[in-house]
Design a protein around this ligand. Structure first.
Ligand code: ZN
Length: 331
């Protein structure tokens, strides 16, 4: 087995709080013997379960990085029993560039697992997480949001798994997170996903989508921070009580739930995120950016539901998702 080129500056077995780095050699024009320093915090207090908390799997999603930076700054060893590993900026080059994927190799972290120790930068980081961090962990929380191109209703999600006992553990952790919305996901193309890599190792895994638009707002940050607290309490790691919230279950499995643009142009959203819509209702119009005096193209909802996702930037291209209409169900 080829060893990972990454070395940690923290000792995962030591009690107390440690702030350090995952150190990855990065030889480049500006720094011949340089190193990429990926921040990591480990908080440990005695024996107990371990939670691995990650953000910036995609580098332009900010609720996770902000909430986890705050947690790393404030979580004291006396508040826990067990271990919390905080990796706020998983795809660090992508995060520093403010991009979904890595500017060094084009790598999409969530398509790079289980990674390779002798692969691209993205694959080397994925390999280290897969071989060295996931095996230490019992609970794994990966905080995503819509990024610069999308805005989503804030939800936590678990996957439909073959192992129903594991699925039940994941669902219980997702419900404990207590986002305003939750969803059961069936991945059609799970190759390379962090989610499926962690689940294949038997971990209790929760993922989220918490807003987006290329920034974080107080509303979605509160959901991230409350969810992290709740997950750690649920895992038996953090002392304290769960902070409950009534969640609405979303179903996004209908064939016609996605509305995809077939035009390039100027986007006029006609509904807000979270609005109820009925089948046939105009959800968006796309205006011709090259001339005036032309009627816009109207895009309609294919089913009754609520707007769970919208395209965020004002310009849109052919093939972009305009919106997703989900069906809301009270538990
Ligand atoms: Zn993401």
């Amino acid at each position: 087995m080829i060893p990972s080129p990454i070395t940690p500056s923290v000792n995962f077995d030591a009690d107390g709080t440690q702030h350090g780095y995952l150190k990855l050699p990065h030889s480049r024009d500006e720094s011949a013997w340089g190193t990429m320093l990926i921040p990591i915090t480990v908080v440990k207090n005695g024996e107990g379960p371990t939670a691995l908390l990650t953000g910036a799997n995609h580098g332009d999603e900010y609720e996770g990085p902000v909430a986890l930076s705050k947690l790393a700054n404030t979580l004291a060893a006396e508040q826990i029993h067990g271990r919390v590993i905080i990796l706020p900026f998983m795809n660090y080059p992508a995060f520093r560039a403010g991009k979904r994927t890595s500017p060094l190799d084009g790598g999409n972290m969530n398509r790079s697992f289980p990674g390779r120790p002798d692969g691209s930068f993205t694959e080397k980081i994925a390999d280290y997480i897969y071989c060295h961090l996931l095996p230490l962990s019992d609970y794994v929380l990966d905080l995503h949001s819509g990024g610069k191109s999308m805005q989503l209703l804030p939800f936590a999600a678990a996957h439909v798994l073959e192992d129903k006992a594991q699925q039940a553990r994941c669902v219980a952790a997702m419900q404990a997170f207590a986002a305003p919305y939750h969803i059961m996901l069936v991945e059609l193309d799970s190759v390379g996903m962090y989610d499926s890599a962690a689940e294949a190792l038997g971990k209790t895994f929760v993922t989220t989508e918490l807003g987006g638009g290329g920034s974080a707002i107080p509303y979605t940050l509160e959901i991230a921070e409350t969810g992290i607290h709740n997950l750690l309490v649920h895992a038996g790691i953090k002392h304290g009580a769960l902070i409950p919230r009534n969640s609405v279950r979303l179903d996004m499995s209908a064939d016609n739930c996605f509305i995809t643009s077939e035009h390039d142009g100027l986007l006029e959203m006609c509904v807000n995120l979270g609005d109820p819509v009925s089948k046939g209702q105009v959800v968006a119009r796309i205006h011709d950016p090259a001339r005036t005096g032309v009627a816009p193209e109207g895009y309609r909802a294919g089913l009754d539901g609520i707007v769970a996702l919208r395209h965020f930037p004002g310009l849109i291209q052919c093939g972009d998702a305009i919106a997703l209409i989900a069906v809301a169900q009270l538990d």
